[in-house]
Design a protein. Sequence first.
Length: 375
Amino acid sequence: MGMRINTNTAAMNAYRNLSVNDSAMNKSLEKLSSGFRINRAADDAAGLAISEGMKSQIGGLKVAVRNTQDGVSVVQTAEGALATSQGILQRMRDLSVQAANDGGLSTEAKKNIQSEITQLNSELTRIADTTTFNGKKLLDGAYSGTFQVGANATEVITASVKSTGASGSVSTWANGAAATTAAAATFTQGGVTVTTAALTVSSDANAIATQLNNDAAFKLSYTATVNQTGGLEVRAKDSSVTGAITAGGGINAAGTNTAAAAATGGFSATALGVNSIDVTAAGGANAALVALDKAISAVSTSRADLGAIQNRFEQTTANLNIAVENLTASRSRIVDVDMASEMTEFSKNQILVQAGTSMLAQANQSAQSVLKLLQ
């Protein structure tokens, strides 16, 4: 073989292999110390992209679990308040049954029963007004909440606490005076005053009714008819006003406003239809029983709905936890290092580095043999 001193090919080969093995050993050391198979994109570009997508999903699912737990808390808060309200309604029913015993109760005793019922009504309304979650009223009949229960935008559950009250209607009767000219009827409801177009009120009620019903400028839904006694009756159908609204004044039509089904929605005493219970009146106790049975049934239905929603939230939570577990395991198989396998690789590279270091030293010594030829 040729013997040269300017170029030591053996030493160069030994050094190259030593560098490769040393780099591999350092990578193994990094993986073993961090516990990750992928510490930078260069370790596995595709694996990194997949694992980061999974990481986002896992983070979103964990937040969704907390969101569903918030949903359970909302439902439990509302249902707990309704349970109290239902207990109050049951107590009011018991009192009404007691008040229905006319043969064994004095007038004063009925007044005492009515006093407790009045206080219980006030408590029903207070519970409806003050039951909140993070500042949101739950029992006003208008609550509806959307809960994010997944990692993606469309994965939501909407929970609502339904109103028990029916839409109310208000009727107003206007009795016009004969021979009054250019009179405008004014209807006031909820602090808002609506005035009809001016019309001539005469003794001809049929003509007045026709003029009112044909008044295109005034859009409040109402009808004008002539009653059995020949008088004019103007009846407002609802409180929807699409015409001009003016401040109060002018000529007001005499009469009263009577609310039919005046429930305001929610779970107040008014909404439940028990605010006007009067067991001291004739037949009042029996009427109270009918109203209370309806209210108890309405609250029971709402509680059942809330229970169903809570069960759904709990099942969603269980499913989310399983999804988090499976995604975490899948990501672990991509990014986490197999410690046993990597330790084997590290030991191999460590031995190769030690051997390479020794061989590099031997290769560097080989040039010394050339000196013997010069002696």
